[in-house]
Design a protein around this ligand. Structure first.
Ligand code: PEP
Ligand code: MG
Length: 537
């Protein structure tokens, strides 16, 4: 057994097989050119793979011992397996590219092994696939595709937001990344998915990890590789306890979120993609308080069309069946980079061309999104809020723009509903002028992740600064108090949609401050409701 640590970003226990994340290089060349040239390329790739595996095997033997090294020895032997080589040769002769032939033959053999009775032979299916994918990677001169045939624990160096949107979410039991911070988007995704996860983990990304048993303890910030029986039993018991605790929280499903002192607060969910709405409903959220709409722009090669955006929003509205939805307009830039936006590299992206700054200068991007949002509002309650606001002037420009969208749709005879407009308070400037902003809109939603970053001058993405990133800082709490007071003075509502909203140690403080809404990860709704219901405030 090997035991390591990481920074927990979501609690819980997961037990499963390890999957190493490999970057997807896109489409493989399906058809080969000259069969002789493809065969030569394959033979050369085989020699490169042999060298790589031999080196890895020696390293593994030194660092992890004989048993782990043997897994790689098996893969080296497989490189010479005559049946595999015949399969590849046949496919190349039939016109396939070397990469496609290596992958397809690998899949064929892997399926054969997986179907065998003997558990040892079954386990070799993973090795064959791993060996074949190594060949594909070499042949494509880059990284290989990523797939998870079975549920398991994803181990990665780090994941960009565009990579996270392409993951097979239904298969992931937990994340372990070597990099990442408590506020990065992989952490946000783990919270949406309600799965234990560790960032900044001291785990080696060795191919020998693939398929081995891992336990992630998101409470203690530990993981166990090849757990011994006692550890497996203890952690299984801990997992069952946690499941029992979650079952007890079920008593709060469908219950109004009202404190003993009679304060009512609306508990909403944060989601990324339209398909996450099911997680919000499963979590018993009263609606969606933050749809991070930029996720619909990530992981693709071109701008989503108005129609695609409209379909996505309408799907959420319809599934929410009358519950409110707050869409945040796209917040691209900073950590969420998308190639087709053609944004220049910046020295200080968090202080750069991002969020509303892009929308206000790129009408070609803003218009389809706003039209799609208005059109979706014909199907149920929709509000829209704008990220990274720093001035009243910006809000007035946005309102004028919304007016033109409404006029356009009216002229076209396209129906839309009464869309409330809101400002995300996530810059100190917005908090400090919130008395004036409150005169312009119908609600505020405080983005405490960025508000903390900008108030404390601490890059939320920089893992080295996590110990200094303190959302409980009195300056942040003072701004939070000021914002809700200014909102109420103008008769508008205020909520919190940053991660701090789910901090149970502050739930009573938020009630006292008078917050009307908290929008949190779907899996946190019931425990916050319990805390509110038990509060005397
Ligand atoms: C925030 O900044 O708190 C927020 C909710 O937005 P994001 O985390 O997407 O920047
Ligand atoms: Mg933000």
């Amino acid at each position: 057994m090997y035991e390591g640590t990481g920074r927990p970003v979501y609690s819980g226990i997961a037990i499963g097989r390890a999957y190493l994340y490999r970057r997807n290089s896109g489409q493989l060349p399906a058809a080969g050119g000259d069969a002789a040239a493809e065969q030569l390329a394959f033979d050369q790739a085989r020699e490169t793979a042999r060298l790589q595996l031999t080196e890895l095997c020696e390293k593994t033997r030194r660092e992890l011992g004989e048993e782990q090294a043997m897994i790689l020895d098996v893969q080296i032997l497989m490189l010479d397996d005559l049946d595999y080589l015949d399969g590849v040769r046949g496919r190349i002769a039939a016109g396939a590219s070397a990469a496609q032939a290596a992958r397809d033959t690998g899949e064929e053999f892997s399926a054969l092994f997986a179907a065998l009775e003997d558990p040892y032979m079954q386990a070799r299916a993973v090795d064959i696939r791993d060996m074949a994918e190594r060949l594909v990677t070499i042949l494509c001169g880059g990284d290989s595709g990523f797939s998870m045939p079975e549920p398991g624990i994803l181990v990665a160096e780090d994941l960009t937001p565009s990579e996270t949107v392409q993951l097979p979410r239904d298969k992931i039991l937990a994340f372990i990344t070597r990099q990442g911070s408590a506020n990065s988007h992989i952490a946000i995704l783990a919270r949406i998915m309600n799965i234990p996860s560790l960032v900044q983990a001291d785990i080696a990304l060795d191919p020998a990890l693939e398929g081995r048993t891992l336990i992630v303890d998101g409470f203690a910030g530990r993981y166990y590789l090849d757990p011994d029986e006692a550890t497996l039993a203890a952690l299984t018991a801990k997992r069952d306890e946690e499941l029992a605790r979650r079952r007890q929280l079920e008593a709060y499903r469908g219950v109004p979120t009202v404190s003993r002192g009679g304060r009512r607060i609306q508990l909403m969910a944060n989601i990324g993609r339209p398909e996450d709405v099911q997680a919000a409903l499963d979590g018993d959220a009263e609606g969606v308080g933050l749809l991070r709409s930029e996720f619909m722009y990530l992981g693709r090669d071109n701008f989503p069309t108005e129609e695609e955006l409209f379909d996505g929003y309408r799907q959420v509205v319809e599934q929410l069946a009358g519950r409110p939805l707050v869409i945040r307009t796209l917040d691209i830039g900073a950590d969420k980079q998308v190639d087709y936006f053609g944004l220049e590299k910046e020295e200080n992206p968090a202080l750069g061309y991002r969020g509303i700054r892009i929308c206000l200068t790129r009408e070609d991007i803003f218009r389809p999104q706003m039209r799609a949002i208005y059109r979706a509002s014909a199907f149920g309650p929709v509000s829209v809020m704008f990220p990274m606001i720093i001035s009243v002037e910006e809000v007035r420009r946005i309102k004028a723009f919304c007016e033109t969208i409404r006029a356009e749709l009216t002229a076209e005879g396209v129906p839309f509903g009464p869309v409330e407009l809101g400002v995300m308070i996530e810059t100190p400037a917005a908090a400090l002028i919130s008395a004036d902003l409150a005169k312009e809109v119908q609600f505020f939603s405080v983005g405490t992740n960025d508000l903390t970053q900008y108030t404390l001058a601490i890059d939320r993405q920089n893992a080295k600064l996590d110990e200094f990133y303190d959302p409980h800082h009195p300056a942040v709490l003072a701004l939070l108090k000021m914002v809700v007071e200014n909102a109420h003075a103008q008769g508008i509502w205020a909520g919190i949609c940053g991660e701090l909203g789910a901090d149970l140690t502050l739930t009573e403080t938020f009630l006292r401050m008078g917050y009307d809404e908290l929008s949190v990860s779907p899996g946190r709704v019931l425990e916050i409701r319990k805390t509110v219901c038990e509060s005397e405030v």
